[in-house]
Design a protein around this ligand. Structure first.
Ligand code: ATP
Length: 247
């Protein structure tokens, strides 16, 4: 994104995050009452793509009133840390997925190494760190095993799994907060439908958008065939989810 590397307090709230209650509990344990010492060595979130690693890191920042800098690759690590210090309280979020999976795998490894070296320096000067906290995200923990875990730099590993059927429903509910869902729709039931098995949060978000599109198309069709004085309402109904699931 254009905002990569710049700080902003994210507008993601925990209500926007479906499921992931254990993850939230873990965060609360470490972050309650301000950032505790345990966070000094950072969190590493790992798990399949699109399941809420970035989203929940943003919710943590929002709740703490902290700035959030999203790093996806190749910016100079030392510059990033000094930028983060100027806007502490700040969470530095290193999305190392891309860096590690590019064709330039070596370089990706280098980015991680650079990050770790700088982090070591930062951690040595603990009082210079001044409210900069580090989180990382990857869906390849086996790579992180070697590069990061051995060095013991990320003090806390947190798994962010694919949602369970119940959690699929909770994610749909979280996504529905900003959508005109018909009151008759049972999102928990849709989430536990066989068709939602193995979908990630990102997939469910796409499903929600498809359902919204189906509702919109239906409204437009109805409008063009009836008189404009009686506009049909736009709500997303069960049939729209069914159409979206087929897609
Ligand atoms: P990656 O490993 O690909 O970086 P990620 O785990 O960081 O993925 P996110 O960026 O957090 O995934 O999620 C992508 C999008 O999917 C979110 O912006 C949101 O729309 C949706 N999403 C994912 N998980 C959830 C969730 N638990 N609750 C609500 N929405 C979710």
């Amino acid at each position: 994104s254009r905002r990569e590397g710049f700080s902003v307090i994210p507008n993601v709230k925990w209500e926007d995050v479906g499921g992931l209650h254990l993850l939230r509990q873990e965060f609360d344990r470490y972050i309650l009452g301000g950032f505790g010492v345990d966070l000094e060595t950072g969190f590493l979130l790992y798990g399949p793509p699109g399941c809420g690693k970035t989203l929940s890191a943003k919710a943590v920042a929002n709740e703490a009133g902290a700035n959030f800098i999203h790093i996806k690759g190749e910016l100079a690590v030392r510059t990033i840390f000094s930028r983060a210090r100027t806007c502490a309280l700040c969470i530095l979020f290193f999305d190392v997925v891309d860096a590690l999976t590019t064709k330039r795998g070596k370089e990706g490894g280098w980015v991680v190494e650079q990050l770790l070296n700088q982090q070591l320096i930062e951690l040595d000067g603990a009082d210079q760190r001044r409210g900069v906290y580090v989180m990382g995200a990857t869906n390849r923990p086996e790579v992180m095993d070697r590069a990061v875990l051995r060095l013991g730099r990320f003090g806390k590993l947190l798994y962010v799994p694919l949602p369970s059927p119940d959690e699929c429903g909770l994610i749909l509910k979280a996504l529905a907060r900003k959508k005109p869902i018909d009151a008759s729709v049972d999102l928990i039931a849709i989430g536990s439908d066989e068709a939602c098995k193995n979908l990630s949060g990102a997939d469910l978000s796409a499903l929600m958008n498809e359902a919204a599109m189906a509702a919109l198309e239906e409204k437009l069709t109805a409008q063009s065939s009836s008189d404009a004085d009686h506009p049909t309402s736009l709500t997303i109904k069960k049939t729209h989810f069914e159409q979206a699931l087929k897609k």
